[in-house]
Design a protein around this ligand. Structure first.
Ligand code: NAD
Ligand code: DAU
Length: 358
């Protein structure tokens, strides 16, 4: 069992990272260490997701560092300043559509940024004892499935989008640093997350908000693509488990064992949101709009997470019905968070790139 003291979380102002920090500081009493959140605050990063923590734990147990993971001097200085013994690397460009319209920042952040962090860790951790670098990755590195089967840790990589190719590259670098330099790494590949604080360009929050606002509900292609959904807190508990007891040099798949066709998920969301927001679900269904498919759209993802269940004893705790209800409630309640994050560069990007997609 590792004793984690000074944890450098990258991308902690994003969706999964901010949930991770909340969970650790508010829900893990046995964790008495410090979190250093390194985030560039891109369009997807939002310090409003962490303001309560800055007040409660700021300065001692929680420190925010505004910067870029590609900035080697800055990252080196953080390792020195805080005596970092653990890295949890969430920071990334994460949206597949954006990677299609503009792949360059994906290569910079996801490939060069990961490389920079690995070099900084290799330099700072000459001894290699009591330290660990955990890399957060995605099931998308494995490609696209047919009607049956699931991705296991030994499934060959076959990324299809600039996003997944950049994540696959970063995974390979992480593994290479372990094999070549002995850097103590662990790696996880997770399926689609949902929950509070997710940027509303992703399917579930986008649809919740569009339903409430009476906007069209854009379904790509025939709507029969399948994703395997896991509640963000379950993902983060898995990461926490790996950090403590995962074997260095190993990778672990994380998933919800919860496959849904996009269109079926949308009908479920329409029923749920309509009930909570007092809307007529049949009227809302009329706003479903089938739009041009995403280029290279992966058909089906499904994760075989038997390794982490068997070897580390993790299992998912939050069922889909419960998780979706919590998520919908959160978006209906936290309207100022939503307004804040949608007010900036996002709106401009949507108008520029999604304007003619129908
Ligand atoms: P997100 O887009 O919500 O957040 C990314 C965060 O990284 C933001 O706070 C952003 O400001 C920060 N960031 C981006 N570029 C940076 C840079 N150069 N330097 C420092 N910070 C930078 O992403 P997310 O959905 O929370 O995903 C987190 C990680 O989990 C990513 O690595 C992603 O590939 C992986 N992942 C996501 C999912 C999912 O369903 N969202 C599933 C599996 C894996
Ligand atoms: O599988 C893990 C991945 O899940 C993560 O690595 C990515 O960071 C994360 O963004 C997510 O990728 P997806 O492409 O699966 O998520 P997204 O929410 O963009 O889309 C989910 C599905 O819904 C996908 O089949 C495309 C479809 N879709 C999406 C949007 C935004 C629509 O039909 N309409 C939409 O408007």
């Amino acid at each position: 069992m590792r004793n984690l003291k000074n944890i450098l979380v990258t991308g902690g102002a994003g969706f999964i990272g901010c949930n991770f920090i909340h969970q650790l500081l508010e829900g893990e009493p046995e964790f008495t260490g410090r979190i250093i959140n390194l985030d560039a605050l891109t369009y997807a990063g939002n310090s409003a997701s962490l303001t309560d923590l800055a007040g409660q734990f700021g300065g001692t147990r929680y420190c925010f560092e505004h910067g870029d993971i590609c900035d080697r001097g800055f990252v080196d200085a953080l390792f020195n300043k805080y005596g970092v013994d653990t890295v949890v690397h969430f920071a990334a460009e994460s949206h597949v559509d954006r990677s299609i319209y503009g792949p360059e920042t994906f290569i910079k952040t996801n490939v060069m940024g990961t490389f920079t962090l690995l070099e900084a860790a290799r330099n700072a951790w000459k001894q290699g004892d009591g330290v660990v670098f955990h890399h957060i990755s995605t099931d998308e590195v494995y490609g696209s499935l047919g009607e049956t089967g699931a991705f296991s840790e030994t499934t060959p990589y076959d990324p299809r989008s600039p996003y997944s190719a950049s994540k696959a590259s970063s995974d390979h670098l992480v593994m290479a640093y372990h094999h070549t330099y002995g850097l103590p790494i662990t790696l996880s590949n997770c399926s689609n997350n949902y929950g509070p604080y997710q940027f509303p360009e992703k399917l579930i929050p986008l649809m919740i908000l569009n339903i409430v606002e009476g906007k069209p509900l854009p379904v790509y292609g025939d709507g029969k693509n399948i994703r395997d959904w896991v509640y963000v807190e379950d993902h983060n508990r898995a990461v926490w488990t790996i950090l403590h007891t995962g074997i260095t040099g190993e990778k672990y798949n994380i998933g919800g064992e919860n496959e849904w066709e996009n269109i079926r998920l949308l009908h479920t969301l329409i029923d749920l949101v309509s009930k909570k927001a007092g809307l007529d679900p049949e009227k809302v269904r009329g706003t479903i709009t089938f739009v041009k498919d995403r280029p290279g759209h992966d058909r089906r993802y499904a994760i075989d997470c038997s390794k982490i269940k068997r070897e580390l004893g993790w299992t998912r705790k939050v069922g889909f019905e419960e998780g979706l209800a919590k998520t919908v409630d959160w978006y209906l309640t936290n309207t100022s968070w939503v307004d804040g994050i949608r007010s900036g560069e996002y709106q401009h990007w949507v108008e520029k790139n999604y304007g003619e997609r129908d």
